[in-house]
Design a protein around this ligand. Structure first.
Ligand code: NAD
Ligand code: UD1
Length: 333
């Protein structure tokens, strides 16, 4: 039985689908601070299976412990966390409490219940300013904001835990830029308020909710001057977690693995591909560079392939098409 913290969130819900599709059993644990309970019904509709859910906070160690005991949990995927970079700059202590202390409570509950396996949602943001690209897992880590620091602190805590207990099976997955939605279009990324990230912003412009896209900088040293990122389809990302759990079964210890495609795309690549698949025009305005943005970053994905045979399957068109399909479903509801 897999406990998925943050299981009703964007990535956690897609991981739940991937786990159920692989014949695994899951219980979702979430305080609903950034997601909705309705997602459980939607997951049941997609998977035709019953989905167990506990509303709770990862800071509540007792509730985590009873949940693990009641459901016979033996593996954990830890997605619960706060993820806004600007919010973390304004309120770092909230981020340390939720992301670091929350992870500590989870690990202590796991210790009580003798649960040894955990896959952690880390981020490529731990690398910071690139010394070289693509980032491989040996690249130095130097997060540029409190959000990134909390991810690195949790990674360090997990590494030290694995050093103290050789039966632990731990993998930190460093996500690049997850976008898109499940092929059904029923679940996806639905940020509250005005989106910070590029893909949800584009879908809202396409749908007419926002007038135009701001393109933050056209003077970067990239092929068209706009920022380059390694966008990864959220279902590819989700399937990586299933493969990570399978790998850990026979590989105790601690590891860090990038989840990306290795192929960078610019803002204009995304806009053009989105226009092509949706038939919509995305009006845009050129704006100054966004504070804290990097010009370019992308993954060296070879370790994931080497150790667990992981390769992404879905291309940029599929990322745009599924994101657009999800936006359209939202409008119907
Ligand atoms: P999300 O906000 O959609 O999902 C996170 C979920 O965790 C939400 O449902 C929220 O309600 C829940 N949550 C937050 N704090 C909690 C707490 N204290 N107790 C219980 N539940 C809590 O975000 P997401 O995009 O699905 O991200 C999932 C994880 O992946 C996060 O840890 C995030 O930092 C990490 N990550 C995300 C991205 C990305 O681009 N989305 C990139 C790299 C890493
Ligand atoms: C941001 C976060 C990163 C997080 C990631 C999740 C910052 C500094 N970084 O990264 O920690 O892991 O989201 O996917 O916030 N862009 C526009 N217009 C927009 C929005 C974005 O031009 O309205 C551009 C950006 O300048 C960037 C690219 O699109 O070049 C991607 O931006 P975004 O989706 O926000 O992701 P990141 O900046 O990579």
């Amino acid at each position: 039985m897999i406990l998925i913290t943050g299981g009703t969130g964007f990535i956690g819900s897609h991981i739940a689908v991937a786990c159920l599709a692989a014949g695994k059993q899951v219980v979702l644990f979430d305080n609903l601070s950034n997601s909705n309970i309705e997602i459980i019904d939607t997951l049941e509709k997609i998977t035709h299976q019953q989905v167990s859910f506990i509303r709770g906070d990862v800071l509540d160690q007792d509730l985590l412990t009873t949940t693990m005991q009641d459901f016979g949990v033996d593996e954990v995927i830890h997605c619960a966390g706060l993820k806004s970079v600007p919010e973390s700059v304004d309120n770092p202590l909230r981020y340390y409490l939720n992301n670091v202390q929350g992870s500590l409570c989870l690990l202590r509950a796991m210790q009580t219940c003798e649960v040894k396996t955990i896959v952690f949602s880390s981020s490529a943001t731990v690398y910071g300013m690139p010394s070289y690209l693509p980032y491989d897992e040996a690249h130095p880590t130097n997060p540029m904001n409190p959000y990134g620091s909390t991810k690195l602190h949790v990674e360090q805590m997990l590494r030290e835990l694995a050093q103290s207990d050789h039966s632990m099976k731990i993998m930190c997955l460093r996500y690049f830029n997850p976008v898109g939605a499940h092929e059904s279009g029923l679940i996806g990324e639905n940020p509250k308020g005005i989106p910070n990230n590029l893909m949800p912003y584009i879908t809202r412009v396409a749908q007419g909710e926002l007038p135009y896209l701001n393109i933050y900088g056209t003077d970067y040293p990239t092929k068209d001057g706009t920022g380059e990122r390694d966008y990864i389809h959220v279902m590819d990302l989700a399937e990586g977690h299933v493969m990570a759990l399978d790998y850990l079964k026979s590989h105790p210890g601690y590891g860090v693995v990038n989840l990306g495609t290795g192929r960078p795309y610019t803002v204009f690549d995304l806009v053009n591909t989105f226009q092509e698949i949706s038939g919509k025009t995305i009006p845009y305005e050129i704006a100054p560079r966004r504070n804290g943005d990097l010009s370019s970053y992308f993954a060296n994905p070879s370790l994931a392939k080497q150790i667990m045979g992981y390769e992404t399957k879905r291309d940029l068109k599929s990322m745009c098409a599924s994101a657009w399909s999800f936006q359209n479903q939202l409008d119907i509801q």
